[in-house]
Design a protein around this ligand. Structure first.
Ligand SMILES: [Zn+2]
Length: 416
């Protein structure tokens, strides 16, 4: 095996790269690998890859940082001439080992992107010796390349729209998910008709007309904007938000019960109730042994609170069943809730009856509760990881990378 072939494999550079020379600098603890594009890859536009006439030598030789070699930093070094593209004007020529405008090799950038969706900010910064703002720029570049290769807005039929708050409720982003692929397909800062109009403009008239179902929370601005753009779409209620209403109602009952116990001098009872919050709130299949015991205690000592819990759980069941069965169960649920004499749930029954048409549409279209809920939760987590990013765009790029299916495989492990 020739030395240059070994180096090519070691650095993860494509076959269209020629390794000329390898230089070790013990003092600076770096390895500099001198490279050039192979003949067929030379003189191409950095943006469109078209073969173009040369323009000048640009800024001469440039370096791109690649993955460390052992404990040393590694750089590729090459000439970076400019070409004259009929479409893009004077631009730096394409380099097979790096994305356009990047200061790192593609292998390094893919590693950053892969880690950004899986590990903490500080782990990534220390392990790869890279600043967080650079991570933001890399993620944006990787996602832009992915989106250029696979349009996330292609073939949308059943979508969900949601607004997510971050920075303690001071900022919002609006997101769109695809119920069929389970992917996040679009996100933008803001929560108003104008923000959402940006999505429908990007989708275009023909693709808007192909949308058959749109789920959203009960926000009127979303309903108005959907009606204005998607003539053939049935509006569905987002199961996630409806189930959350039931959770809120249950919490009202728990607090009232707790207050009554406290005022009635039943301080031990009140304290025990306080600890029951998570047992009541969580899905029963996720309860710990202790929480299960707590729930059993509530069932025994507080019949009203336990009935409220069962009402919440049965509503959740409606959306787990979906279809005709779900509709039958919802009908029974409404009857039960109306007569339950628990004010918060009588009110909830009224609210649900008001949105009945949209909820029935959800059950008919068999939209899942899980997708919007999990996307919502994951983006909330990402906003914390992305806290160091100055702009919401970098956070959105990170969300698209993780939830839009644009994360590249870890270099060198594609076959695993
Ligand atoms: Zn071009």
């Amino acid at each position: 095996m020739r030395n240059s072939t070994v180096w090519g494999g070691l650095l993860g550079v494509e076959k269209s790269t020629v390794v000329e020379e390898v230089e070790f600098d013990d003092e600076a603890e770096t390895v500099v690998v001198h490279v050039r594009p192979r003949r067929g890859a030379r003189g191409r536009c950095g943006l469109c890859q078209r073969r173009c006439p040369g323009y000048d030598q640009g800024e001469g030789r440039r370096r791109w940082r690649g993955p460390d070699l052992g404990l040393y930093r590694m750089f590729l070094e090459a000439d970076a001439p400019r070409v004259s593209c009929p479409e893009h004007g004077v631009v730096v020529a394409s380099m097979p080992w790096a994305r356009h405008d990047a200061r790192h090799t593609s292998v390094f950038e893919d590693t950053v992107a892969w880690m950004a969706t899986r590990t903490s900010k500080s782990t990534l910064e220390v392990l790869l010796r890279i600043a967080w703002r650079t991570v933001g720029a890399i993620v944006a570049r990787v996602v832009a390349e992915g989106v250029a290769g696979r349009d996330p807005l292609q073939g949308l039929r059943r979508i969900g729209i949601d607004e997510i708050s971050y920075k303690k409720g001071h900022r919002y982003i609006t997101i769109v998910v695809d119920h069929d692929s389970g992917r996040l397909v679009w996100a933008a800062p803001g929560r108003d008709r104008k923000t959402l109009a940006g999505f429908f403009t990007a989708l275009g008239e023909t693709r808007c007309a192909a949308v058959t179902a749109v789920s959203a929370d009960a926000a009127q601005w979303i309903a108005d904007e959907v009606a204005a753009h998607c003539p053939n779409a049935v509006r569905c209620a987002d199961p996630f938000h409806i189930v959350a209403w039931a959770g809120d109602a249950l919490d009202v009952v728990r607090r009232d019960t707790w207050n009554a116990a406290r005022k009635g001098g039943m301080s031990v009872h009140a304290r025990d109730l306080k600890g029951a919050r998570y047992a009541l709130w969580k899905a029963p299949e996720n309860l710990t042994d202790r929480q299960q015991a707590k729930l059993a205690w509530v069932a025994k000592v507080n019949h009203q609170l336990y009935r409220a819990y069962l009402l919440k759980e049965q509503l959740r069941q409606v959306f787990a069943l979906k279809g005709e069965q779900g509709k039958v169960l919802l009908e029974r649920w409404l009857g039960w809730a109306r007569r339950c004499r628990i004010p918060a749930f009588v009110e909830l029954a009224r609210r649900i009856a008001k949105h009945r048409e949209a909820i029935d549409a959800t059950l008919e279209h068999r939209l899942s509760n899980g997708l919007v809920e999990s996307t919502n939760t994951k983006i909330r987590l990402l906003t914390r990881i992305a806290f160091g990013f100055k702009s919401p765009d970098a956070m959105i790029a990170l969300a698209m990378l993780k939830l839009g299916g644009y994360c590249p495989p870890l270099p060198g492990r594609q076959l695993a």
